[in-house]
Design a protein around this ligand. Structure first.
Ligand code: SAM
Length: 322
């Protein structure tokens, strides 16, 4: 995608300003500070990064040479999660930590199944919002790009643009794909997810992907942490058990624990945790999972309450509700 923001594209003078409109760089963008959105754009082969972000991203890639594939597989997980949820009749989504638009975007994936599906895109990076709004001009309504921070969930829930496209009385898909690892424990990511969980209608889904420290060498963890140390958000590795905690109050059910080949062959709801540096298959290099809210009267049964997994670091689960 051609950059919509003059000055982007690796910090080259002038950058690429391919859009018809003369977009100005948002005033609160600090080009010297790498941002997760622009570093991710670099991994994905986009054009919307500055030199500082490119250098930080290269540092991370130096210990995860397959990092670009990991990023692409993460996008595939996002699209498959959206498709899976939409096929179950869910026609509205909130995409937290949207990132710079990458096709297919959530509304494109959802609308290939439910043409009237609506999507609220939420991100705290101003450049993401500039791009998101430009993209959505042609989306034909039912979408919004909202500057919001998942550390402040009540602000997002109260946001008029979000409420214009999302009906909280009906089930929806909550997408936390590659975003929760930019929120430290002190910033209470578990509480943020729980706030959304408690506000959505039963039958809603949650999809999560997250970098995991399970089995990853301390050198890789510390190099990546260092690469993000001067970024606008830190990289926070969590263990598989810590990632599972995000699913408290959600129920992971059939087909239960399964093999990665089941995930590849079309099952979704994979909770996969593999070392970033040792993953022979980048599909397995992040923790990914999908779950559905359980009936409000049901006995809590989360992934961690199910006990240890049977097959090393790989779990595939689907979830049900009333
Ligand atoms: C690695 S990108 C992921 C993009 C997309 N979800 C995907 O998986 O392809 C992470 C995104 O999360 C956003 N982000 C980081 N911290 C955030 C926060 N506290 N609130 C909202 N968005 C955040 C970043 O700006 C960035 O766009």
């Amino acid at each position: 995608m051609t950059s919509l923001v003059p000055g982007l594209n690796g910090g080259n003078a002038g950058g690429t300003a391919g859009a018809a409109k003369p977009w100005a760089l948002p005033p609160d963008v600090d080009v010297a500070t790498p941002s997760p959105a622009r570093m991710y754009d670099y991994y994905l082969g986009g054009k919307d990064y500055f030199a500082a972000g490119r250098e930080a991203a290269e540092k991370a890639l130096s210990v995860v040479p397959d990092g670009r594939r990991v990023a692409r597989e993460n996008r595939r997980f996002l699209v498959r999660a959206v498709s899976h949820i939409a096929r179950r009749g869910i026609d509205q989504f909130i995409d937290f930590g949207t990132g710079i638009p990458t096709s297919p975007n959530v509304h494109e994936a959802a609308r290939s199944i439910i043409p009237q599906a609506s999507v609220a895109y939420v991100d705290n990076d101003p450049i993401v919002i500039v791009h998101g709004r430009a993209l959505l001009e042609s989306a034909g309504g039912g979408t919004a790009a909202v500057r919001g921070d998942i550390r402040y969930p009540l602000n997002i829930l109260a946001n008029h643009a979000v409420r214009d496209v999302i009906d909280f009385e009906r089930p929806l898909g909550l997408l936390f794909v590659a975003v929760l690892h930019f929120v430290t424990d002190e910033e209470r990511p578990y509480r943020a997810v729980a706030t959304f969980r408690d506000r959505v209608a039963p039958g809603s889904y949650i999809a999560v992907s997250h970098i995991t420290s399970d089995g990853t060498s301390p050198h890789v963890v510390s190099t990546i942490e260092n690469a993000y140390r001067n970024a606008s958000a830190p990289a926070v590795f969590r263990t598989r058990m810590e990632v599972e905690r995000f699913f408290n109050g959600f129920e992971l059910v059939r087909p239960g624990i399964a093999d990665i080949s089941d995930w590849r062959s079309g099952h979704i709801g994979a909770l996969i945790a593999a070392p970033l540096d040792q993953a022979s298959d980048p599909t397995a290099a992040l923790a990914h999972a999908l779950a559905r809210t359980r009936p409000r009267t049901a006995t809590p049964r989360t992934a961690s309450e199910r006990g240890p997994a049977r097959r090393g670091r790989l779990w595939i689960c689907q979830a049900r509700t009333a």
